[in-house]
Design a protein around this ligand. Structure first.
Ligand SMILES: Nc1nc2c(ncn2[C@@H]2O[C@H](COP(=O)(O)OP(=O)(O)OP(=O)(O)O)[C@@H](O)[C@H]2O)c(=O)[nH]1
Length: 651
């Protein structure tokens, strides 16, 4: 039986051969870019594995566990076995990442020690009685973290770095000659009360006069035109300069993908550009007359739904892009299409306002009836999914030609102008309702991305889900027992800020921390206001349109912000009437589609290298304590089966 690709046998030289894609391929990658590039490759390997597994996974598992008829195993048992297998693959890859990071860290520590030794020797031999200036002290400004997502286009790697087993992940001794600095945390400039006061004042002022901040996740079926739309919009609003646009045009033409040139404004990794699909969340910011908008461009392909969930959990609102093409809209909207799944997911994650851009109208000759047909199909589904009609807005667009994004001038828009005189996309974006910011709540920052640095510290991105933080403040990272970590810089939309309040999408540079303990899905909080760690909890869930019912003891994948872990629905407690909240049935045997239920969920232990490791608690809170921290999703076999809220932490 063909097992999954063993990543230790991958030929990185082949994987990295992206000369044709890189703009200025003769330049060597910086170690930071090399690290990002390797991450991109591992992510794509993971995607490939999942895809291969989903394609022939059931057959493969049948080979292992035996044909159903012979073994007497039920379909459910086979599916569970498949999921065990899937998690095994996931853990192996995770393990490779962690090994790479550990080795990198050990090297950094060694280099730092050697540096310290050399400094001491130098001082002694100079006979100086002065203390050495600490290297990389507060005055030495940390190098800017790469912006969020895989946004630095990788350069071609030198050939001798292009080998992969674990040593090929850029771990050989000669690979790292970068200077290692030890940064000291800066001091807090204001007391906590003062920061809260200032935050309140600034947010009030913003509400009255300045631009208010909102974040939006761009969702929709694969190839609907999400990245093209955002790339073109960035250009129209002056956020993408002419030079970059031309470079993207030339680059995409060179590899025969000229129709993706606008998408290159957001899809920046070589893998994404080569395949013509978005794989990870790309983060950008743009301004409309009254809004400062953080844009999270999500992947449409079903293999990357976990990344899409991570993006959606950081957003206040959604922009759904649908393809008006005949058969294309229908493909996205059918059962299992991502138009449906994405809408359900974002609503379950708390997003209540959505703009629907009906795209590629140029392909249907600007047909008004096609536009109205699509709006008519979507409206009832939006209402059923829990979106209020007043919070759903439709807009006809053609992303490639830039029609009705900021205006409707020029011949390309003439046919649309004959029947449409409503708002443009920018008008609707400018009207988005900003989030309610609970700045008095305990500080919570679920980490959505981690950038380990060649020097000291680690940069993370995430959304503040409650409270306020300021530069220099001590934080705790959970899970883990690392206390007293601190951060040297905050960025909001790539701009440095002294503090950040609930609802902001931020990038933080953490110092005085062992980077091994900072992972995607970890939560940062104040040491005085810890988040509970849960391995068992009770949740109220709504079951999606599934074919195989949920049973007690079923294996599921639990999603919470950017984390996904294996879990089991250990108890089906009751079926609830959605409208009245009354218990309809206790201890049901199964949960079928559309039902609302209370269940107990237990995190599962994992198998790594043949050994079972017990489940580690994840930072979780009840929905009544913090809405953003108390939402979960359940997936199985690559399908989202339920969404829910946490009612109680049981252990
Ligand atoms: N004719 C026409 N084609 C478009 C338009 N917008 C996008 N496309 C094409 O649709 C294809 C997919 O565009 P992308 O922007 O990559 O789609 P996406 O939704 O971001 O794709 P994923 O993120 O991978 O799901 C590309 O070939 C685009 O050129 C449009 O307005 N008109």
């Amino acid at each position: 039986m063909s097992r999954h690709r063993d990543i230790r046998n991958l030929n990185l030289a082949d994987e990295l051969d992206d000369e044709a894609l890189s703009d200025g391929g003769e330049e060597e990658m910086t170690p930071e870019q090399q690290g990002l590039h390797e991450n991109t490759i591992l992510q794509s390997v993971r995607a490939e594995l999942v895809q291969a597994q989903m394609n022939d996974g059931l057959d493969q598992v049948r080979l292992v566990v035996g044909d159903e008829a012979q073994s007497g195993l039920s379909d459910n048992a086979v599916r569970d076995a498949l999921w065990e297998y899937y998690f095994d693959v996931e853990r192996t890859i995770q393990w490779a990442f962690e090994e790479r990071d550990k080795i990198q860290l050990a090297k950094e520590r060694k280099a730092a020690k050697e540096r310290e030794k050399t400094l001491k020797l130098a001082q002694r031999s100079a006979g100086s009685s002065r203390a050495a200036t600490p290297v990389g002290s507060a005055s030495k400004v940390a190098k800017k973290a790469p912006s969020i997502g895989i946004s630095t286009p990788p350069r071609k790697a030198p050939v001798d770095q292009q080998k992969l087993d674990l040593s090929g992940l850029n771990l050989d001794d000669n690979a790292d000659k970068s200077e290692v600095t030890v940064e000291e945390p800066p001091k807090m400039s204001l007391s906590r009360e003062k920061v809260l006061e200032e935050a309140r004042r600034v947010l009030d002022d913003q509400e009255k006069s300045a631009k208010q901040r909102v974040s939006i996740v761009v969702i929709g079926h694969v190839d609907a035109g999400k990245s093209t739309l955002m790339g073109r919009l960035l250009y129209e609003l002056g956020r993408l300069d002419e030079k970059t646009r031309r470079a993207n045009e030339r680059g995409s033409e060179k590899i025969g993908k000229s129709s993706f040139s606008w998408a290159w404004g957001l899809d920046e990794s070589a893998e994404e550009r080569e395949r013509g699909i978005t794989m990870d969340i790309a983060l950008q910011s743009l301004e409309t007359p009254h809004r400062q908008i953080t844009v999270l461009d999500a992947p449409g392909h079903k293999d990357f739904i976990p990344n899409m969930i991570s993006g959606a959990s950081q957003a206040d609102s959604a922009l759904l892009v649908v393809d008006a093409g005949v058969g294309e809209f229908e493909a996205g909207f059918q059962r299992n299409g991502q138009t449906r799944e994405h809408l359900l997911l974002v609503r379950s994650l708390g997003v209540s306002q959505v703009i629907i851009a009906v795209n590629k109208l140029d392909q249907v000759e600007w047909s008004r009836s096609r536009y109205e047909e699509i709006c008519g199909e979507l409206r009832p589904f939006l209402t059923q999914s829990g979106f209020q009609p007043s919070k759903t807005k439709f807009v006809p667009v053609a992303a490639m030609e830039g029609v009705n994004l900021v205006g409707r001038e020029g011949p390309a828009a003439a046919q649309l102008s004959e029947w449409y005189n409503g708002p443009t996309l920018v008008d609707l974006l400018d009207d988005l309702v900003p989030p309610v910011r609970d700045i008095n709540a305990p500080t919570r920052i679920p980490i959505s991305n981690v950038f380990r640095r060649q020097s000291s510290g680690v940069s993370v991105t995430g959304r503040v889900c409650g409270g306020v933080i300021q530069v220099g403040e001590k934080l705790r990272v959970l899970p883990g027992d690392e206390t007293g970590i601190s951060f040297a810089a905050i960025e909001i939309d790539d701009q440095p800020a002294p503090w950040a309040a609930s609802g902001s999408n931020i990038s933080l540079h953490l110092v005085s921390i062992d980077p091994v303990n900072v992972n995607i899905g970890s939560v940062l909080c104040l040491p005085t206001e810890l988040v509970p760690l849960a391995t068992v909890f009770t949740a109220r869930i709504v079951v999606f349109d599934i074919e195989v019912p949920i049973t007690a003891g079923a294996s599921v994948e639990l999603f919470h912000h950017s984390r996904d872990v294996p879990a089991t629905t250990t108890k089906l407690i009751s079926i609830i009437d959605r409208a009245s909240g009354k218990v309809l049935k206790t201890n049901p045997r199964v949960l079928t589609k559309g039902s609302s239920a209370e269940v107990q969920i237990t995190l599962r232990s994992t198998q790594l290298g043949g050994q079972s490791t017990s489940a580690r608690g994840i930072p979780l809170e009840t929905f009544s304590t913090n809405k953003d921290m108390g939402r979960i999703l359940l997936r199985r076999g690559g399908e989202t089966i339920a969404a829910g809220i946490v009612l109680a932490i049981n252990g």
